[in-house]
Write a new protein. Sequence first.
Length: 354
Amino acid sequence: MKFNIALLPGDGIGPEVTAQAVKAVEAVCRRFSHEVSWHFAYAGACAIDRFGDAFPEETYRTCLEADAVLFGAVGDPRYDNDPKAKVRPEQGLLAMRKKLGLYANLRPVETFSSLVHKSPLKEELVDGADFLCIRELTGGMYFGEKGILDGGDTAYDTNIYHRFEVERILRQAFEFARRRRSHLTVVDKANVLESSRLWRRIAQEMAPLYPDVTTDYMYVDNASMRLITGPKFFDVIVTENTFGDILTDEASVVSGSMGLLASASIGEKTGVFEPVHGSYPQAAGKDIANPLAAILSAAMMFEYAFGLMDEGRAIREAVSESIDSGFVTEDLAVEGAARGTAEVGDRVASLILK
Ligand code: IPM
Ligand code: MN
């Protein structure tokens, strides 16, 4: 096959980690005789610097024309402590999600046996945990009406959901559950929020259509506790945008490092594949960032955008082998044995070709 991939490295460690994902993709293409062409575009702070827009029209067009988007991270400390900033790098990410209709964000959490000791949680609690968080990505408070009143002394954000938005994400969740261990947990705050009651009502309507899936419902406060006290309970979790944002950061501690968490965002147009971690500006340019989340996002790209499971597996196996042999960056390495970002990328690429 021949793929056109839009490459949006973004800011901070984004360019370093996506460069390693590119190596993995090229290695897979060589091994399985595919052809790939890359289409670079700006997003985030680097796009603001150049175009005054965090997700310029040109970048949007590059994404639309591509078969998949490989994304790094956006964010810059220049904007973090300036609540008055007119443009922010994060707006680029939100604009991309909205414009590409990326309503389903898939964040799988797995554990690697050789790393369970890295989790701050007890080994026996996390060893074998394996679940998929599905976060609604284009609705809720992130995109609802927001505003400032009283000359800045009052502010509001609206958590609004429409039936079609809830139905389409739940449909994805039931389908994914079906392909896994057929256990779906719908996370909401239906004891307090009207929008959550809508979610729960629609989920209860749909559940009988998936009789093979065991569906349960959990309040988000309880879910945040269960993720830590018993993550093996979960198979597929589905939730709204803001809850999903918070729960997936929390879930990342189960796998031992945020540097391992990959994601896919899919929906109406081109899918986007990106590490869950942010731009980590303190580490930018130091060759210490963990590239595995970006590389695993490339594996998700083969699986979800191209339906090429063997290619995805080849990347995953190479990543596991690199981890098992201790060939990892400082966040995962034993004292004194850390490898650089590029070295880990080279190793994974060569293991793919082995
Ligand atoms: C994420 C990030 C983004 C979000 C930020 C950078 C806007 O935290 O992808 O989880 O809140 O969705
Ligand atoms: Mn987040």
